[in-house]
Design a protein around this ligand. Structure first.
Ligand SMILES: Cc1cc2nc3c(=O)[nH]c(=O)nc-3n(C[C@H](O)[C@H](O)[C@H](O)COP(=O)(O)OP(=O)(O)OC[C@H]3O[C@@H](n4cnc5c(N)ncnc54)[C@H](O)[C@@H]3O)c2cc1C
Length: 490
């Protein structure tokens, strides 16, 4: 008897799920499990974020936040110590490509370990186009090359996709829609090229750091907000007094009470929440960015609060009603994300230097970019900053719209899954099992990551992925065990 499992997508989520499954199933099974990972890219693990690229682009979190093992925060650090100790300074943020290697090595090691337990893992280098229900226990996966394969369990781990071509410039050879891998896409840029980078967040910063290393002098970040993310100083341990799990669990939590507790926590720690969250909405420049660096260096407690409350907020998110969640996503998340995804001081200093020399400029109020006499012309709301560029790079990052892809659309049409009012598809909070329009939870189809955004507070970080992978693996292992004796899998 063999249980068939398909994991669609071979990024960090797929590796974390396999890793957890290997822990959960601690001894050899007396039945077989076959796991097919569908991933068109050559290496499992790297996904969109951790592809082989310049080492200048770093993780946006310290290594202890990047462990795929939820019981061992040092799992990634230990791997680096063992395999690349002399190459890296552990006090710094480590390269994303190194993290991709960690994931890939873990995938290979976990697959070997699982094989000894009667679980075979295969990497199928194909893209999945559709999933059809055969029975409640059997699903047909249609992949590129018109292949059809049958599975008892399917896990959607497809990640997100980049915001495509926001100003309709795709036809122009000097427009770079997808900047990663930077070493491949931007290698040809010359020092005197005048480069416009759309965006001023994490992807734009990766692009800028790479261009700086290549001596490209005239770089302008063009965005709507004109703001850079906050800066993260050195982390310290803190005790929370108000936003404690115990207190929150006793209360009937709603958004208003949550915000009150947040402000009390800030007040108790003598942090000016206005300084952190309500800085004037002016364009970032040398002076404003110096202030952000000073705030990070002098008192990083505001960040410690955000870091410590992050896991708790995830638990609370499920208690908020749909209207509150919609309000939060629209009004508060844009304030929260640039601060929670703050950049490390090492990168902030590079940015500050270039703002001072004017090698980097940041302009807000972007309305349009159009082709004009073999170049690009920008249009801003104030009409005064309009400029022309030789090259435009799209660095707007992941798209918020995550259900518009062929696979998800067909599954929605067949009512195998349903959309969540706050974004993505509906899943059960604890098991990742998808939920249909009729509110039926299906333990045979699970989803993780970007596609599940509306259900959780913030889905796009490794800590979350590792935690959810563990929960999904436990539930999957239980279902397989409970069902294996039934004839359903015959
Ligand atoms: C540029 C960037 C930098 C980031 N940096 C950090 C960081 O420093 N720290 C952090 O914690 N988080 C970071 N993140 C968030 C990151 O997305 C998560 O940490 C994590 O990598 C998500 O993993 P995933 O497997 O869910 O998605 P992904 O890593 O995106 O993997 C999904 C995989 O699914 C495959 N796929 C998609 N559709 C199909 C299909 N139909 N059939 C078959 N395969 C398919 C794709 O090819 C891809 O390989 C970053 C994200 C990005 C985009």
């Amino acid at each position: 008897m063999e249980v068939q499992v398909a994991i669609i997508g071979g990024g960090a989520s797929a590796v974390s799920i396999l890793y957890s499954l290997n822990k959960v199933l601690d001894k050899a099974l007396d039945y077989r499990i076959n796991i097919d990972i569908y991933e068109p890219n050559k290496e499992v693990g790297r996904g969109l974020a951790y592809i082989e690229d310049s080492e200048i682009i770093k993780l946006n979190r310290p290594p202890i936040d990047m462990s795929i093992d939820i019981q061992n925060k040092n799992h990634f650090l230990d791997w680096v110590s063992k395999n690349a100790k002399d190459l890296y300074d552990f006090s710094e943020y480590l390269p994303r490509s190194l993290y991709g290697k960690y994931l890939n090595v873990n995938y290979l090691e976990t697959s070997t370990s699982l094989l000894k337990k009667n679980i075979k893992v295969n990497h199928i280098r194909e893209k999945v186009r559709g999933i059809k229900k055969v029975t409640s226990e059997l699903y047909k996966v249609l992949s590129s090359g018109n292949k059809e394969s049958y599975y008892n369990f399917v896990i959607l781990a497809i990640g997100g996709k980049n915001n495509d071509d926001p100003y309709d410039l795709m036809e122009d050879p000097n427009f770079i829609n997808e900047p990663y891998p930077l070493e491949e896409k931007l290698y040809h840029l010359k020092p005197d090229d005048k480069v416009g980078v759309i965006g001023s967040s994490l992807t734009a910063i990766d692009v800028f750091l790479y261009l700086k290393q290549k001596n490209v002098k005239k770089c302008t970040m063009l965005s709507r907000s004109g703001q850079l993310p906050s800066v993260r100083g050195l982390d310290s341990d803190i005790n929370l007094h108000y936003l404690k799990e115990k207190i929150l669990r006793c209360k009937n939590v709603n958004l208003e009470c949550l915000l009150t507790l947040f402000l009390k926590e800030f007040e108790e720690k003598s942090i000016s929440w206005k300084e952190v969250f309500l800085e004037k909405n002016e364009e970032e420049n040398y002076t404003t960015f110096s202030k952000k660096i000073r705030l990070a260096k002098e008192n990083n407690t505001w960040f410690d609060v955000l870091r410590e409350t992050h896991p708790i907020l995830d638990e609370i998110w499920v208690c908020l009603n749909d209207e509150e969640r919609k309000y939060f996503v629209k009004r508060l998340l844009p304030l929260y994300i640039p601060r929670r995804a703050a950049i490390p001081l090492i990168n902030a200093r590079e940015i500050l230097d270039s703002l001072e020399t004017k090698d980097l400029q940041i302009i807000g109020g972007l309305q349009r970019i159009e082709q004009y006499k073999n170049r690009f012309r920008t249009c801003f709301s104030n009409n005064q900053d309009n400029q022309s560029f030789d090259i435009i790079i799209n660095a707007t990052g992941l798209s918020g719209e995550n259900t518009n892809n062929e696979l998800i659309e067909t599954m929605l049409e067949d009512n195998l899954i349903s959309t969540h009012i706050a974004g993505g598809i509906r899943v059960d909070f604890n098991t990742g099992s998808v939920i249909s329009n009729e509110n039926k939870t299906n333990p045979n189809i699970k989803a993780i990551g970007h596609i599940t955004s509306g259900n959780f507070f913030v889905v796009n970080n490794l800590e979350f992925i590792a935690k959810k992978s563990f929960e999904i693996s436990c539930d999957l292992a239980n279902h397989i065990k409970n069902n294996i004796m039934s004839k359903e899998f015959a």
